[in-house]
Design a protein around this ligand. Sequence first.
Ligand code: B12
Ligand code: SF4
Length: 518
Amino acid sequence: MRRRRLRVVIPAYPAFNIYSCIAKKTTALGPVCVASAVNELQGWDAEVIDENNLCRHGPRSNSGGADHELLQQQRPADVVGFYGGLTSTVPRLYRLARFYKDRGVVTVAGGQHFVGDNIAEALSCGIDYVVFGEAEETIAELLQAVEGKQDINEIRGIAYSNNGEIVQTPAREPLVDFDRLPLPDFSLVRYAKIKIYPVERIRGCGMNCEFCTVKGKPRCASAERLLENISNLVETYNARCFFIVDDLFGQQREQTIRFCQMIKVYQERIRRRIVMTVQIRLDKAKDTELLTVMRQAGIRYVAIGFESPIEEELRAMNKRISSQDMLSLVNIFHKFGFLIHGMFIFGYPALENSKFVMSVKDRVKRFRSFISKAKIDTVQVLLPVPLPGTGLRRRLEQQNRVYSIQDVGWEYYDGNFPLFEPDKPMSALQMQHAGKKIMRRFYQFRYLFLVAASILSFPTIAFYFHNLKLGWQKWYRIWRKRLIRFGGWLTIQKWTSDFQKGDFSRKLREARKNLNPP
Ligand code: B12
Ligand code: SF4
């Protein structure tokens, strides 16, 4: 009997944004996990097509993304799954789903976007089955059902349409025994050139920030599994850079410390350094033992969600930290020698009962001053995104402030566009410009000259420290910072030029009019 094929598609980003460059060097972990689980099923092959990372020889279509017509001719898929983890890619996801459905292919989608009303939306836009939450086990059962070997109604955690009526089966418990799952197999990602491998140990986060879709008690794989995952990639793909995608590094503290110790020993054994980036909360700075072992393990890059230097905004986000504490805590990370990527949200709406009012100018000042005091190495300033399923979206919807999807579609949900009426006296356009203004102050053209200057200054620095290694380390840090800041300037320029060619401003006017009809 012919083997069947599942193709999992990661849809292309709708437009160029600050993540477009990184997306060309990495891939999304979830779809790889799903494909890896299917690849172990008898009679099934699986592949992943990452439209954001098709490499030079990948099958591109003229309109962007992959050429699915060609893919179907070359390797027809029986079932196509779609990664719906990023809401901004959902319009593309639906277009592709319709394309495949019209050709008689079964279509499945999973990822954070599919909650509430979006389930009906998906089922009316070309998707046959929506899978909720983690899909490694569900997809295996679903494919059995597609083959007629299992009753569809017995599969927990899915939704489908039965003669126009939406059937949602009982929820499935979140996974706990990760060691039963196969390691993610990146060889299934066709065409992609991966330089930064996403790996994980912990799923879930108990902090409950209002704007975030990640919910639930953290569930952890063993430290051994993460080590095995990394060493496998080092030894088979010569991998060097890893992004540990856990939302909060350092949860399950003892095991995290053990992991750091194990990866340190591993690097000594293979005599190679591994570059790891983690996401961590600022309050972990209080745990100096954790920071010490992280540095010993070679972890240098930390991504930290500062979000805002404004107390009222932090309170509305349920961030459980004060801006004053943030400055002292970030200093500890500096002392340990970490390079810090600071993530900010500009214009977060205050709670309804708060009397908080601040002009755009003052807000910008507060952000700039904080960023400069905190001496953050790289920053991203995005706008609040009322993501489906979050408390933020519910709050703004209750206040009738979210622009309708008909006016400002899902493709704008990437943090670069205003998606709701901001707090007065700020207007939506002011909020958008202000966010970019803060970024422009940080990433400037003049850093190009400074890059050149630092190249010329290397011999002086090395001489000054009388030590080539120390001189190199000091010099490299300065040179890297300047290069990144110039690169950031190029990114903002490109984004601005694409934005000016688009018609978002008209859509925004329409959306505002429809929100408050005269
Ligand atoms: C790594 C990461 C990134 C990376 C890579 C993104 C990627 N996936 O391609 C980078 C840094 C580029 C990134 C960027 C952004 N991100 Co991000 N990111 C993450 C993070 C931390 C981890 C994702 C991950 O690997 N999880 C682990 C895997 C195993 O879980 P999973 O992806 O959920 O996969 C499981 C299920 O969803 C399901 N599943 C997945 N795929 C499929 C496919 C099929 C067919 C099926 C059936 C099931 C299925 O099964 C999987 C295995 O169990 C998540 C938070 C999180 N914990 O998920 C945020 C998250 C995905 N990011 C988010 C956001 C908003 C962004 C940004 C807009 C920036 C921002 N404002 O925060 C940008 C996106 C830019 C753009 N173009 O739109 C949101 C997305 C929510 C949404 N509805 O859109 C998340 C959920 C965090 C949050 N704030 O809530 N991100
Ligand atoms: S923003 Fe970070 S800390 Fe807050 S709930 Fe999401 S993952 Fe947890």
